[in-house]
Every structure is written in structure tokens, then in C-alpha cells.
Design a protein around this ligand. Sequence first.
Ligand code: ADP
Ligand code: MG
Length: 258
Amino acid sequence: MTMTAKEFILTLEDVDKTFDGFKAISGLTFYMDVGELRTIIGPNGAGKSTMLDLITGRTRPDRGKIEFGRDTDLTGLNEYQINRLGIGRKFQTPSVYTDHTVFENLLLSLPGTRSVWEALFSRVTRAQRDRIDELLQITRLAGQVGTKAGALAHGQKQRLEIGMLLAQDAKLLLVDEPTAGMTDEETARTGELLLSLAGTHSLIVIEHDMAFVRQIARKVTVLHQGSVLCEGTVDEVQNNEQVVEVYLGRKHDPKRHL
Ligand code: ADP
Ligand code: MG
């Protein structure tokens, strides 16, 4: 009989990263299952964005293991190579082609498209069109297919960018503070979109809006001073004494704003 061990999409073990003598990441160990939607919270400066920089090859660790899937070592690869493996990152500010339509933005993100020129002036294949239709449904942007990305509402832009990561066939999506600057309705829609992707994709979502965390969270990791302070459900981490202490010191109400 063959036993299938639970597979990790991501493994970080004992990772350190120092900037000018300051340990931004310190002995960070983190495991995530395939198909998980993991929310990461933590005070400003906890190292959340740096953790994503280390995973995506934007920053190199001083030491430690960073592996994608069963055994792909990411520490020796550059950003481009890591992206090609299927790790897509969404930054806080949307990076869409503002002068191009939603359709064109998705088309430009499909694998194998080499240039804007090629994408826009060669014939769109049936397969490409079908995939774009699917992405428009997923991101709920079908009504904006011909709209220039620059004219979209903030929340729509953010959803388009997630659609572009999906177009690139990202298996692991890293999303840093997706709801910053969004209305409540846009926030709820973004939450629905991320939830709908869990299972077929693995997602790390960094967020500090606790209402949003509550909407999407299954397992929450609290980062503090560059390592994991605790992990658990939203209730577990909000009631964790150490977590409360960390936030009390900052005059934050941990029930609302971590
Ligand atoms: P978070 O996203 O949790 O708010 P960051 O990962 O952005 O925290 O930052 C963690 C710490 O590392 C901060 O003190 C920040 O100033 C520092 N830091 C992050 N990136 C760099 C960098 N490229 N150069 C120098 N210091 C950095
Ligand atoms: Mg950050």
C-alpha cells in the first residue's frame, strides 16, 4: 500500500535575514500545505513583506532553507526563475497595464506570450479566449472586459491583478495587504475571490484588517520580530497571551487591529 504523506507547498526552516545589522527575519520556520489559504498577521516591521521577498527571490536569506513543493530549493534562484515555477506575487499597489483593456491585460499575462506586440497583433486563439473568459468569471470582471485598466475602480484593479497571476498559472499566490484603500464592498469581494481560489491554489495573504481576516482565515500565523509567534484559528491567536502582550505594548486593540 502506498501512503501519500501530506505535501507542503512551502517550507521555510531556520531562515535569517539581516539588514545593516538589524535582524528582520530571525530563525523563521514555516510550513504550508498544498491548497491552503494562510493568513499572516503581525505588527508593522514584523518581517511579513520581507518573508515574501525571501520566497520570491527579491531578497536572499543569510541562512536557512526555503523550498517550494517537495524539494525545489528556492534560495539559489532569481525572481524570474521563481516566478516561472508558479509563485506569483501581488504587491499592495496594483501593477496593471493602465492603457490596455482588461481583456488585453489578461491576454498579456498568459504563458507563452512574449511581448505586448505579439499579444495584441497576433490572432487570439480559441484556447486563449476560453481561458480569459474563465478568468473574467472568476474575478467578476466580465462586465469590464473592454475597459482600460486605468479606468477601473481600485478593487477591480486589484481583482484584475489577481486574475493576471492566475493567467500566469501561479500555483502559489502571495498577496500583500490586498484590501488597503478598499471600500467594505470591495473588501468583501476580494475575500470571496481569495476563498474561491483556496484548494485549487495555495495562498498566503498578509492582512491587518481583522474583519477581513475573519472573513477569509482558516489558519493564521502571527509574525513578530522576524519569527512565528503563534499559529491557529483567528480566535486562538486573538486570545493568545503573547499575542495580546505584543499588541498591548503598541496600544492596539488586538480584537480589531493586529
Ligand atoms: P512588515 O511587512 O511586517 O511591516 P517588513 O518586512 O517590511 O515588515 O520589514 C521588517 C524590517 O526589515 C523593518 O524594520 C524594515 O525596515 C526592514 N527592511 C525590510 N526590507 C529592507 C531592506 N531592503 N533594506 C533594509 N531594511 C529592510
Ligand atoms: Mg509589509
